[in-house]
Design a protein around this ligand. Structure first.
Ligand code: B4P
Length: 343
């Protein structure tokens, strides 16, 4: 069976749609300050966007029925639509972008974000990742932000599922970030790379389940790998709460049993069980300095801060970041605290 393909010019389509939507005021782009902190020797990218704290709340689509929650992926405006990918999935720009050209793979018909992903969701995600691996032609600047101007560099996909994952929209969607745009604004010597790709050889401050994948693998095998990782994550959460169930007792249909983030790159598939969306940032003397919420971008090795007190505290003491990272998921056995340095 032939696998789904995205248009090979997808990076250019996304880039031009983003530039047009931004220039016409159809999306909000929030410039950020960025730094790279070393959390247990993991280069972790922290972005600060004060303007995002005032992000507009979406108005209900039908004012006559204000109680019906607004679904941004039911019928998005033409200005945000990038392209249809298949009868079941389409691509839309993120209306509230922190990283330029952030776009979203959504199901055409409403499906639940909290249901276990289907083969077609994974196949569509891999098709987008593959399109970002195709030859990109000459290097050119995106014109969206200062930076190295690369148009290649791959795609980072992430999925937020469940109450503690950072998810806010119930219509099923997987988010897509061009890796070159995630590097915009970083110092050339920051050594930041997508954290998920290093997870087969190093551990995270929280438990992750990881498999190597490749662009050629059949969609069925990719889905089987995802289900395997999802089951392992369910078992780990059950064990944490004192349950000792067998593998068969974790059905992979319908509603998820756990909160988790999934991340996918051209090489790696990761599932990370989540116990908390975020955590209080505590000073050494136990004073609450703020709070940090994390979604699936944590698997890229990134975090977003909306408040200056939190931003300054993390830069002063990256150990605070490590503490938050340890609090959002399951503890890693044998994990030792290490000295943290500023990167
Ligand atoms: P969800 O899974 O439901 O939630 P989320 O990513 O945490 O987004 P949220 O909306 O809660 O974002 P937040 O203020 O914390 O995904 C929903 C997605 O749909 C989001 O990307 C959202 O922006 C987008 N969306 C909502 N309404 C839309 C509309 N009308 N049309 C099109 N798209 C719509 O964070 C703000 C942004 O920063 C989010 O995009 C978030 O993903 C991103 N972000 C968070 N951490 C980041 C990091 N470390 N690096 C880069 N970006 C980061």
């Amino acid at each position: 069976m032939t696998r789904l393909k995205a248009p090979s010019a997808l990076p250019e389509l996304v880039k031009s749609a983003f530039a047009k939507a931004r220039s016409q005021g159809d999306l909000h782009y929030y410039p950020t300050q960025v730094t790279v902190l070393q959390a247990n020797n993991i280069p972790f990218q922290v972005r600060f966007s004060p303007a995002l704290a005032n992000k507009p709340k979406a108005a209900p689509k039908d004012q006559a029925k204000p109680l019906k929650p607004f679904d941004p992926f039911a019928d998005p405006p033409a200005a945000l639509r990038v392209t249809d990918l298949s009868p079941s999935h389409y691509l839309v720009l993120n209306k509230f972008a922190v990283v330029p050209e952030h776009f979203i793979l959504a199901t055409t018909e409403f499906k639940h974000q909290t249901h276990v992903l289907e083969e077609s969701d994974l196949e569509a995600t891999l098709a987008c990742i593959q399109a970002y691996e195709a030859p990109q032609g000459t290097k050119e600047d995106s014109g969206t932000q200062d930076g190295d101007g690369e148009s290649g560099g791959g795609l980072f996909a992430f999925f937020n599922c469940g109450d503690h994952s950072g998810a806010s929209q119930p219509h099923r969607h997987i988010q897509l970030l061009p890796i070159a745009r995630m590097k915009d604004g970083l110092a050339a010597d920051s050594h930041w790379t997508v954290f998920a790709d290093s997870l087969t050889s190093r551990s995270a401050p929280f438990m992750t389940f990881v498999e190597k994948i490749n662009l050629e693998m059949p969609a069925k095998d990719l889905h089987t790998a995802y289900l395997r990782l999802y089951r392992q994550a369910c078992q780990a959460v059950a064990a944490h709460s004192g349950n000792t169930r067998t593998d068969e007792e974790f059905p992979t249909e319908c509603e998820t049993r756990i909160s988790y983030n999934m991340a996918m790159t051209k090489d790696t598939l990761v599932v990370c069980p989540r116990l908390a969306e975020g955590s209080t940032i505590l000073s050494k003397d136990g004073k609450a300095l703020g709070a940090l919420s994390l979604n699936g971008t944590v698997l890229a090795g990134t975090a977003l801060v909306k408040n200056e007190v939190e931003w300054e505290a993390l830069k002063r003491d990256p150990g605070l970041l490590l503490q938050v990272l340890k609090n959002i998921g399951l503890a890693v056995e044998g994990e030792l605290d290490s000295t943290l340095d500023r990167g």
